[in-house]
Design a binder for this molecule. Sequence first.
Ligand code: M6R
Length: 612
Amino acid sequence: MCGIVGYIGGQSAYPIIINGLKRLEYRGYDSAGIALYNGKSTSVYKKYGKVSDLENSVAGLDTNGCLGIGHTRWATHGEPNDKNAHPHMSMHGKFVIVHNGIIENYNNLKKRLTTRGYTFKSETDSEVLADLIEYIYELSPISPDDAVQLALRKVQGAYGIVVMCTDHPDRLIAARKSSPLVIGIGDKEYFIGSDASPFVEYTDQVVYLDNDQIAVISREGLNIKSINNAVVTPEIKKVDIDFDEIEKGGFSHFMLKEIYEQPRSITDTMRGRVLSEVDKITLGGLIDVMPRLMNARRIIIVGCGTSWHAGLMGEYLFEEYARIPVEVEYASEFRYRNPIINQEDVVIAISQSGETADTLAAIQLAKKCGACVLGICNVVGSSIARETDAGVYTHAGVEIGVASTKAFTAQVSVLAMMALMIGRAKYNIKSADYHQLIRELMSIPEKIEHILKSADHIKEIAEKYKDSSNALYLGRGCYYPVALEGALKLKEISYIHAEGYPAAEMKHGPIALIDDKMPVIVIATKDKGYEKIVNNIQEVKARKGIVIAVITEGDTTIAAMADHVIEVPAVENAVGAMITVVPLQLLSYYIAIMRGCNVDQPRNLAKSVTVE
Ligand code: M6R
């Protein structure tokens, strides 16, 4: 949540920061701001709305300078408006700060600063931090870096900050605790970002700042120390982001591009891991922990939102093939109970961004209890990827649309590979079945390619139901998480209320909602529960409900009952079930577009939820 960009070097900072903020807008987009030092003075420009609104508002103003910081906000403290937008300047104008995270004890700090004469222009916790740094700096002759360090020792909560000091406009000071910051290293120039996307065209050399570290960055170099003053040697890594991945590439929205990328992203996720010629699945990242996985008493999967839905698919896959009991937990609930975890448990954290605060906290709790903690992340080098004992990357590529699409199918692909690999190693799967399951896995990209050809048909269905106020999604077994995911996609981008239910549960309550207006989307492919789901469809039709069914190609039985059908290629087992989510992604996308919604940046949401 919130995107941060900083630049210091020989180039004009403004275009670098503005373009960087546009790339980070997926992290928050209720207001934006920039601070620039032009060689004589520091200007701060802030605006309610998108980065483009900020850009328009500074047209004609002084945007010179080779040092600056920028921010795109997802509001936590204080409503989205010009004054709460970042950067925040301290009361005496000595410090300017951009902040991602929450200062939990800000009220206390604010009261104490108030008794010392401080007044505040905004309602944010971030301005309090700027003032605290300034207050400490003015107490005694210390460097701005030391003032930041001392102030952070008094802070509880999460932060990724970049600070400019107007007395020392030769440096940027960056620090992090639980909110990501990456420093890009160029030739006598440095970039800072919440991730590396703002500066990929300038450098691929990066340093990931760790928790409780402070970096002092000048044109001459980068110095990192811990908050407790230990010197840290920066570890330079190469970041691998393809520039094309962060552009729309001819699609009208990132979400649509990402839906269409799925055949490729799943292929990339399986490349080198599923060796069909020799019927083998190898996940390099798990080799060292295989004994723990095979002997796991229980697997606990934690995640949020779409990643939690992938976890539910994982439960089905692990129990079916690896025969290990699985519990799937919302990370946010797991961390606040007193869960019973022990050393024979394996905890798998699933996260696209690898930065979700609740998932990160759940990992820390599981580690404390001695469990083996694995990560399934999309963002290389992310906090969750680094905190876990081992893991597997989903090579889905950068996902920018706030609604997760290709990350979900990549996560399920990884879970399927894991379940099959463990199942085979435990001799739960016979050789012939294993061969067949691997074939099924390998056929997914092609099947999705085929489904994408139905886009026009799905668009026609969307046109009919774009004005609905409610929708119900039903599925059984491994299609229940697909129903949940379909409902989440619809509500988050079109603002239509939608619920996902196990189809058989319908008669225990939701059936009361059925009328001749609300579409009921049923995932009804020919699979284990087929006969049962046919009955559920009949129950809906008997009450004059509208059924949109996702069916197996050539299924004339359901086609004769349903109001609309979307055909998908046959799926022979749970491994390929994820393909049925693709028509639901498209349906949500088209409905949202027809309702005039901003699908890539839906209201109130942010891509990476780095606050609790
Ligand atoms: O980055 P993560 O996978 O940890 O994010 C978890 C959720 O915030 C995320 O899946 C969210 O629900 C998406 N907007 C769903 O489309």
